[in-house]
Write a protein that binds this ligand. Structure first.
Ligand code: ADP
Ligand code: MG
Length: 226
């Protein structure tokens, strides 16, 4: 059963002299419930834009982004924000934590925009990512590897059906990168969430059974061809 079904999706940015620069043109992309896929491709080929469209962070110019019963591309901005908070977990390369908040507060803040604060779940997720003894530490007092593990716990906090991870290991050294990658994949599996992970790093990509060459899927090529 498809969890995500993208069709005829188009997104342009404003280019020079007011012209439109097509960046994403994806005719068809599907993801099954619980499925994990790696989007690979060089910097600039449109991976982040594609993930932002699916998450509803950016508005599409046209097309459909069906997630469950909802066409995200047809929603207004405030509706997309609500839908994302309730249904999508997002892991950023640069973590996007509140630096002065504790680990627990960061996860609970994510919950407060979605299903509501559940302290026991927040604790158990943080334990699961190996931070059970750091619950009250401020994010600013953690190593980068630990910060990304908080971000992984937060991404799962609203029990999303879909997790989007954009270069999640790009700021980490090799050991932390492989640990974070394994955690993201295991947590998605344990929670029945599907995963789209974008990366230009071949060692990350090769861990996945399903790999999509995004430059081929995206006929606009991120605008690079122009
Ligand atoms: P990737 O994540 O694969 O590196 P991006 O989606 O970030 O690719 O960018 C795709 C293309 O869109 C690039 O050519 C980039 O310069 C352009 N682009 C990204 N964001 C904007 C923006 N806000 N305004 C204009 N062009 C943008
Ligand atoms: Mg990117």
């Amino acid at each position: 059963m498809a969890l995500l079904s993208v069709s005829d999706l188009r997104k342009s940015y404003a280019g020079e002299h007011g012209s439109a620069l097509p960046v994403v043109a994806v005719d068809s992309f599907e993801l099954e419930v619980g499925e994990q896929v790696a989007l690979q491709g060089p910097s600039g080929c449109g991976k982040t834009t594609f993930l932002h469209l699916i998450a509803g962070i950016l508005a599409a110019d046209s097309g459909r982004i069906q997630i469950g019963d909802t066409d995200v591309a047809g929603l207004k901005e405030a509706e997309r924000d609500r839908f994302r908070a309730a249904n999508i977990g997002y892991v950023f390369q640069s973590f996007h934590l509140m630096r002065e908040y504790t680990c627990l507060e960061n996860v609970e803040l994510g919950m407060s925009f979605g299903a509501g604060v559940d302290r026991e779940l927040a604790r158990s997720l943080l334990k699961r990512v190996g931070l059970g003894d750091r619950l009250k530490y401020r994010a600013s007092a953690l190593s980068v590897g630990q910060q990304q593990r908080v971000a992984v716990a937060r991404a799962l906090a609203n029990r999303p059906k879909l997790v989007l991870a954009d270069e999640p290991t790009g700021s980490l050294d090799e050991d932390n990168a492989s640990q974070a990658l394994a955690l993201i994949r295991e947590l998605c599996r344990e929670n029945g969430a599907a995963l789209i992970l974008a990366s230009h790093d071949r060692t990350v990509i090769e861990a996945f059974e399903r790999r999509v060459e995004f430059a081929e899927l995206n006929s606009a090529g991120g605008g690079l061809a122009r």
